[in-house]
Design a protein around this ligand. Sequence first.
Ligand code: CU
Length: 205
Amino acid sequence: MPRLATFLFALLVAVGGLAYAGWRIFDLGGGFGDGSGGQAEIGGPFTLVDQHGDERQRSDFEGQYRLVYFGYTYCPDVCPTALWSMSQALDQLAESDPAVAEQVTPIFITVDPERDTVEHMAGYAQSFHPRLVALTGTPEQIAETAKAYRVFYRKVEDEASSDYLMDHSSFIFLMGPEGRYLTHATDRDTPDELAALIRETVAGQ
Ligand SMILES: [Cu+2]
């Protein structure tokens, strides 16, 4: 009997793991269309607050390409890497293609509104790029925005301390001047690759 119990438990874990993996794969592959095909769109209207305490909506960025990244300031590695790449890529473009660079607004949206207050976002954004717009909001506003971008996130309790981590998707979305999804990169793309992707995508518009 204990062997059966062990087997059942292992099966349960495996099924749970598969379901979770499936969700992540869906999350990764789902809906990355160009907005013109049958796939669901990525992005949507939002109302959030920036690091200066000002309300910001999607329409505020009309006419600007946007590099949008969801993460959280307490992230130990992935978010700093992605935000560093975005900043470096924009600095590179400012040198090589200033006309392109000035059309792109980098946006960081927290998935951890509990800890990422306006004040906290202000200090964090400063360490990356002077033009980085860092957005937070109520848990509901964040959930709605993340859902529109098909971004997955969840709290992961750390048993060793009272702190927690956030498990989250890590995509750098390039949105067009009308707010439509164009393409995306990830935190694993180098600043060079990201700069090239932005340059080519903007040129192809
Ligand atoms: Cu992160």
